[in-house]
Ligand binder design. Structure first.
Ligand SMILES: [Zn+2]
Length: 257
C-alpha cells in the first residue's frame, strides 16, 4: 500500500508538471500552497512553521551550510502544510525531527513526503540500478537530485542496490541505527552508549578528525560495529562519516565492498 505522504508528493509532482525534481523551487511551491518563507538565523532548529486558517509562515535557518539541506527542510515543511493543515499547528524542526528515523508521527510523514518529492522512488531506483555503495556514488546521486548527503543516504537504505547500515550518534553516543533490508548484520545494543573506540566516528569525537573527500571511505573491521558469530572470522568493512559540527553529530555508514 502506498502511504498518504508518498501519494501526496506524487500528486504535487503531477499537478505541477515536474519532471526533474532537482529543479523544483521549494519557496515557490510553498507560496503556491498559501505559505510564505522567511530565511532568518534560528537558534537550535533548522525550520519552524506556524499554520492557521490554511495559511502558513515558514522560517528557514539562514545558518544552514548547504542549499540542498535547505531544500530538504522546506520540502519537510511543505509536507506539514499539505498533510497536517486541518488545525492550528506549530512545528519546530531540528536534527531529531528531520532525520528519517522518526516513526508513526507527523514528523515521519513530513519526511516521507519530502523524500518522495525530492527523490521519487522510481527515479531513485533507476539511478541506483546495479550500482555499488560508495561515498562517491552518494555524492553523484545527491548532485543528480540536488539533495543533501544525509537525505540521499537515507533514501539509499530503502532503495539502493547494496546493503548498508547506518549509526547516528550525537556527542559521542549512539542514538539509533538503521539498515537495508538485505543487510544481515547482528547489531549489539549500543543505544546511548559511546561509539566504538576503533570507529571512524570516534576519531571525530576524540581527535576532531574529519577525512578529506578522497579518504572518506575508511577501512574498519566488522567487529567494530557488529557482533561476530561464534566461529566467524573478522573481516574488513568500511565506514563513511557524515559530520555536522553545528550539532556535534555523526552519521556513520557501514558497508562491505
Ligand atoms: Zn517537522
Amino acid at each position: 500500500m502506498i502511504s498518504k505522504p508518498v501519494l501526496k508528493a506524487r500528486e504535487v509532482l503531477d499537478y505541477c508538471g515536474i519532471e526533474d525534481p532537482a529543479t523544483i523551487s521549494l519557496p515557490d511551491l510553498i507560496i503556491y500552497h498559501n505559505g510564505v518563507v522567511n530565511e532568518i538565523p534560528l537558534n537550535n532548529c533548522d525550520g519552524r512553521m506556524v499554520m492557521k486558517n490554511g495559511k502558513s509562515i515558514v522560517s528557514l535557518n539562514s545558518n544552514i551550510e548547504f542549499p540542498q539541506k535547505k531544500r530538504f527542510v522546506l520540502a519537510h515543511e511543505l509536507g506539514h502544510i499539505l498533510l497536517h493543515s486541518n488545525k492550528e499547528a506549530t512545528f519546530s524542526d531540528d536534527y531529531s525531527t528531520l532525520e528519517a528515523y522518526k516513526h508513526g508521527s507527523q514528523e515521519k510523514e513530513a519526511n516521507d513526503f519530502a523524500t518522495e518529492l525530492l527523490m521519487p522512488e522510481v527515479l531513485f531506483k533507476n539511478a541506483c540500478f546495479k550500482q555499488k555503495f560508495s561515498p562517491d556514488l552518494i555524492r553523484l546521486l545527491a548532485d543528480k537530485f540536488n539533495t543533501s548527503i544525509t537525505s540521499t543516504i537515507y533514501r539509499f537504505i530503502d532503495f539502493g542496490n547494496h546493503p548498508i547500515c547506518i549509526f547516528f550518534s550525537k556527542d559521542g553516543k549512539v542514538e539509533y541505527h538503521r539498515k537495508s533490508a538485505q543487510a544481515y548484520y547482528k547489531i549489539p545494543d549500543r543505544n546511548k552508549l559511546n561509539v566504538p573506540t576503533d570507529s571512524v566516528a570516534n576519531e571525530y569525537y576524540s581527535q576532531n578528525r574529519i577525512y578529506k573527500k578522497e579518504d572518506s571511505a575508511q577501512q574498519i573491521y566488522k567487529s567494530t560495529w557488529f557482533e561476530l558469530g561464534d566461529y566467524e572470522a573478522d573481516r574488513p568493512m568500511f565506514e563513511f562519516c557524515v559530520i555536522t559540527p553545528r550539532y556535534n553529530t555523526v552519521l556513520s555508514v557501514i558497508w562491505e565492498k
